[in-house]
Design a protein around this ligand. Structure first.
Ligand code: IVH
Length: 681
């Protein structure tokens, strides 16, 4: 390794000092590359800082020897935004496809335009960030521009210089091109965005809605020192102009770019046919959550530059490339109205009625706004344009309001003082965020209780959805869940859209639900705070609903994982005479009331049997309930909190405090990928 002689005293001429400065710069550039680009640091951070300090002190003693491409000059002065720059060639966009089959059509078009020629494809990630163009002359960065409208971009050189993975001076290769323009995508790794957002919230600033906005916002700041503090990164995806060496194909260009010190994405692959491309698209669709930065799809490119030229481009996009977009996880849409729903426990929830949008493979029309505080905190109004996200969970959520798109007529909505279903006055409590209708006879609550009772994770009564519940309650045919078990086919015959066949099926489903295990019955009762995991813990401990009904708050709290709030809610439920009567009728109807023989059928002898699992974070391939069900089918237990009894914690994306606790207790962590592998073996 180069040994700097900067500590040596004596009279040095400017030319030896210049040599030293250059030698230090070369050394620092080398280590920056090792650290930021190759991810293989060779020296410690302290050693690196020492080199940097040495260079800084030499430069400050000899300011005339400072060059703009010195590693000390990443943050240099104030950015002058707003300078429009015309791109050398337009920065085209890509044609998008949304179904893997459409890639066959792309292949057909390419084959047709290149008859009798073998075509090789390259696949890459489509990074979801900010497209930029970088111009180098004699190996030095002279200009960086945003993509802008594709023809004109904005000069953001000062800010882009602060990104450590953008070389200010290139590593020389032979032959070294005199002029070179590359294009790439600036992004912020997901985990780093969370840190930035936590900091912003602490500072009272609005968090960024997503990594793309954060990257774009950071590159377009007036103060480059703030840009420098943002964890920005870049992947270069194309060599758009080069004066000098002949290059025959895209992969060769990428290899050269990497040799010159650019950061290129390591997940690029070559394929001899479109089948390989489709397999790549499918593989990464399933694994996208494992990528630590946002990728919104894949890009397919014809590898040969000669063939690219032959294929040409339309005004908008090249004919030699196409993107396959993953099902979106984030979209924008408009709030058409805000409705108030009454839940089974009487809680009033504001719900946004949205202009329908496709998101992650489903059409979304509603999103919960949780509670009044949330409505106020996010300042969500009717008419607003909002960013909607579906992460591992199936439930879409509004992550941000685009206030800049708000019109003057956007309407503020607050929860009413009267229940919208029964007009009883609502209760607002100081310690709870919830606004409640406390009228036990409220028909809206009753409908929700029945829907919950019939739902898949409870009694699983197929066919008994909200529309039917609405009719059954409104027509007075059922007044509580026990009435379901005395329904006659004639009760159903006169209902809307209820043919003989559906009536028979529903009767069968109700009949079948008498066999649902006691844990499902308990969960189905809809006791406040008793979810399916807690129901299982309770039955595991008490074995029957009667034993639980007779238990004291202390008895219940003695179960690990159950706190006083839950225990109190259970005791209060069983104390109410109306509930006692309901329970009696359900028991008489023949529902399962205690653990019977079902524990004998628990499978054994596989990885999951007898082990306890805790899930944290968002899963991307499976849904959470799917994962839980599959673990249980194999004889595993799923618990809601991490303790020494936990065998494995399954960590999805952005895992929470359960993950930290697992690390503390030394509990093994499984990724979603590992879980899937275990499930399928
Ligand atoms: S190639 C002419 N490759 O996607 C083809 N673009 O709609 C130019 N992008 O704004 C694009 N990752 O900034 C290409 N691996 C990749 C990319 C990529 C992200 C962005 C690009 C542009 C948009 C194209």
């Amino acid at each position: 390794m180069f040994k700097a002689s900067f500590t040596r005293g004596g009279n040095m001429t400017d030319s030896t000092i210049q040599d030293q400065i250059e030698a230090l710069q070369t050394q620092i550039r080398y280590h920056e590359r090792k650290y930021y680009i190759d991810d293989q640091p060779e020296i410690s951070d302290q050693e690196f800082d020492r080199l940097m300090k040495a260079l800084e002190s030499l430069e400050s003693a000899h300011p005339d020897l400072i060059t703009p491409d010195s590693p000390t000059r990443r943050v240099s002065g104030e950015a002058v935004l707003g300078t429009r720059v015309r791109h050398r060639g337009p920065m085209l966009s890509l044609d998008n496809t949304y179904r893997p089959e459409e890639l066959y059509d792309f292949d057909q078009r390419v084959q047709k335009a290149l008859p009798e020629q073998a075509v090789e494809y390259v696949t890459e990630f489509k990074i979801d960030g900010l497209g930029v163009s970088l111009l180098y002359e004699e190996g030095k960065l002279v200009r960086g521009t945003t993509r802008g409208d594709g023809v004109y971009g904005e000069d953001v050189t000062t800010n882009l210089r602060t990104i450590r993975t953008i070389p200010l001076r290139l590593t020389p290769i032979q032959p070294m091109p005199a002029v070179l323009e590359v294009r790439g995508e600036v992004f912020i790794p997901r985990e780093r965005l969370d840190q930035v957002n936590r900091q912003r919230i602490e500072n009272g600033e609005a968090p960024f809605a997503n990594a793309r906005n954060a990257a774009a916002g950071s590159v377009r700041l007036l103060d480059a020192s703030i840009t420098a503090s943002r964890p920005l990164d870049i992947f270069i995806y194309t060599l758009s102009y080069v004066e000098g060496p002949d290059i025959n194909n895209h992969t060769e260009a990428l290899t050269r770019l990497a040799a010159m010190g650019f950061k290129v994405n390591p997940h690029t692959e070559m394929h001899a046919s479109i089948e390989g491309v489709i397999a790549y698209a499918q593989r990464w669709t399933a694994q996208r959550q494992s990528i630590p930065y946002d990728v919104d799809g894949i890009v397919v490119k014809v590898n040969s530059l000669r063939q690219q030229e032959e294929l040409g481009a339309t005004a908008k996009s090249p004919r030699w490339a196409i993107s396959y977009k993953f099902p979106a996880r984030q979209v924008t849409t408009q709030i058409e109205a805000i409705e108030v729903q009454v839940g089974r426990t009487g809680v009033l929830t504001p719900v946004a009625i949205l202009s329908p949008v496709r998101l992650a493979g489903a059409t979304i029309t509603h999103a919960t706004l949780h509670n009044e505080q949330e409505l106020i905190r996010k300042d969500i109004r009717v008419g607003d344009t909002v960013v909607l996200e579906r992460s591992g969970d199936v439930i879409p959520k509004i992550v941000a309001v685009l206030t800049e798109k708000r019109s003057g007529s956007a309407e503020v909505v607050r929860l009413p003082d009267q229940c919208p279903a029964c007009q009883a006055p609502v209760q607002r409590s100081a310690e709870e965020a919830a606004v409640r209708c406390v009228n036990l006879a409220c028909p809206a609550q009753l409908k929700r209780r029945i829907e919950h009772f019939a739902s898949r994770n409870a009694m699983n009564i197929d066919g008994l959805g909200p529309a039917l519940v609405e009719q059954l309650v409104e027509s007075g045919r059922i007044r509580d869940v026990a009435d379901l078990y005395s329904l006659e086919p004639t009760d159903l015959a006169t209902l809307d859209r209820m043919g003989d066949k559906s009536a028979q099926n529903l009767m069968k489903a109700i009949e079948g639900s008498r066999e649902a295990p006691v844990t499902k019955v308990l969960f189905g009762l809809g006791i406040l705070h008793v979810g399916s995991n807690i129901a299982e813990l309770l039955i595991e401990h008490f074995s029957s609903i009667d034993a639980l009904a007779a238990a004291s708050s202390e008895d219940i709290e003695s179960i690990y994982g159950i706190g006083p709030r839950v225990a109190e809610s259970i005791v209060s439920f069983f104390q109410q005479p109306t509930n006692q009567m309901l329970l009696k009728r359900l028991k008489t109807a023949g529902l399962q009331w205690s653990t019977g023989t079902d524990s004998l059928s628990v499978p054994s002898g596989n990885f999951f049997a007898g082990k306890t699992f805790v899930l944290t974070g968002a899963l991307s391939v499976m849904t959470r309930s799917d994962a839980i069900e599959k673990i249980k089918e194999r004889g595993g237990k799923v618990s809601s909190s991490v303790s020494r009894k936990t065998d494995f914690v399954i960590a999805g994306d952005s895992p929470g405090s359960k993950y930290d606790r697992a690390i503390q207790l030394g509990i093994s962590i499984l990724t979603e990928e590992a879980l899937i592998e275990k499930l399928s073996s």
